[in-house]
Design a protein around this ligand. Structure first.
Ligand SMILES: *Cc1c(COP(=O)(O)O)cnc(C)c1O
Length: 350
């Protein structure tokens, strides 16, 4: 039933990608005079005078082992945001096609749609931010080219029910993009383990959260080698810098630090989850499988937000998001930051 070729925009199906100097010659050479680089060296402390590997083979080879996929099933981009934009451009004809989002959810899906003149269809999640049989039926009936399932969801923090996600994967005619930016904080297996079952599945992950590398800008997409091949054809040739590739490799070799950071953030989440419900201004702490908590405050979350800002504590005001009235999104910080936040909340409550 799923047909990738018919889903890809006609102008992209037969498109020849830009062939860079680094694509055409990939070996070790004594004299490299093919790319108009500066053979003498670089200004600044580190040497970056050569163009980076456009296929990021060293990073992908490490990632493939870590994630249990083949390198051909990995796309790397300038943050997940690049993958989000390219997936829209790969499948949606501007001024004609639509994509489907399930609010409240991550804002970039809609920004990418607007940027590309792609219509946005919306089906709101249930009041507890879940999928339901009715929502699944709505998704499956949609003619949209893409549906975005953010799990764990931002800004709500919860995983979406896997059984309903599977029904969407089986019934929806377009690409199903599962955004797992927060998967490292969740107890369940990644959807990357199911790639071979679902040719329409794309999984997004990122170095920005558990890896602690938001400033590096490196995002991952995992899918069939066919989908990844199309993304590689339409990406800017050198979309991941040499600095980013070197740093990502070093991070991937530092699994112990990754695990320590991840566990500390999980402890911080638990610490906040234990204490927040005792505050009289807290109406609800939503369950979280991420490194943040969505909390409903009463009587006035925006007054609380302003109070925190005045104390130099910035959280995310989500009160205007669908289904999120009265909520703030609190990122888990260092133990000292978590204490400061809790102390400020106590002061506001008094
Ligand atoms: C933070 C986040 C990302 C990460 O985006 P990058 O561009 O990789 O930093 C992606 N998706 C969601 C839902 C997020 O919250």
């Amino acid at each position: 039933m799923f047909n990738l070729t018919s889903l890809v925009r006609p102008n992209i199906r037969g498109m020849k990608p830009y062939s860079s100097a680094r694509d055409e010659f990939q070996g070790e050479a004594q004299v490299m005079l093919d790319a108009n680089e500066n053979s003498l060296g670089s200004a600044g402390p580190d040497q970056f005078n050569r163009y980076p590997d456009p296929q990021q083979r060293a990073v992908k080879s490490e990632l493939a082992q870590l994630k249990g996929v083949r390198p051909e099933q990995i796309f790397l981009g300038n943050g997940s945001d690049e993958a989000i934009d390219l997936l829209v451009r790969l499948t949606c004809v501007p001024g004609q096609d639509s994509l489907l989002i399930l609010p409240p959810t991550y804002g970039m899906y809609e920004v990418a749609a607007n940027l590309n003149d792609v219509r946005v269809e919306r089906i709101q999640l249930t009041p507890d931010f879940q999928l339901s049989p009715e929502i699944v039926a709505g998704v499956v009936a949609s003619e949209a080219k893409l549906v975005w399932l953010c799990s764990p969801n931002n800004p709500t923090g919860n995983l979406l029910h896997a059984q309903y996600m599977e029904e969407i994967l089986r019934g929806f005619r377009g690409l199903v993009v599962v955004d797992e930016a927060y998967a490292d904080f969740a107890p369940t297996a990644s959807w990357t383990t199911r790639l071979d079952e679902f040719p329409n599945l794309v999984v997004l992950q990122t170095f920005s959260k558990a890896w602690g590398l938001a400033g590096l800008r490196l995002g991952m997409a995992f899918a069939s080698s066919e989908v990844i091949g199309y993304l590689n054809n339409i990406k800017p040739p050198y979309n991941v810098s040499e600095a980013t590739q070197r740093h990502a490799l070093a991070a991937l070799h530092d699994a112990a630090r990754f695990e320590a950071l991840r566990l500390q953030l999980l402890q911080g989440r638990e610490w906040l989850q234990e204490r927040l419900p005792a505050l009289p201004i807290v109406a609800e702490v939503f369950p979280s499988d991420a490194n943040f908590l969505l909390v409903r405050f009463h009587p006035d979350a925006t007054a609380l937000y302003d109070f925190l800002v005045a104390r130099g504590i910035i959280v995310r005001n989500r009160t205007t998001q669908p289904g999120c009235a009265g909520t703030l999104r609190l990122t888990v910080g260092t133990p000292a930051e978590n204490e400061q936040l809790l102390q400020a909340l106590r002061e506001f409550a008094e």
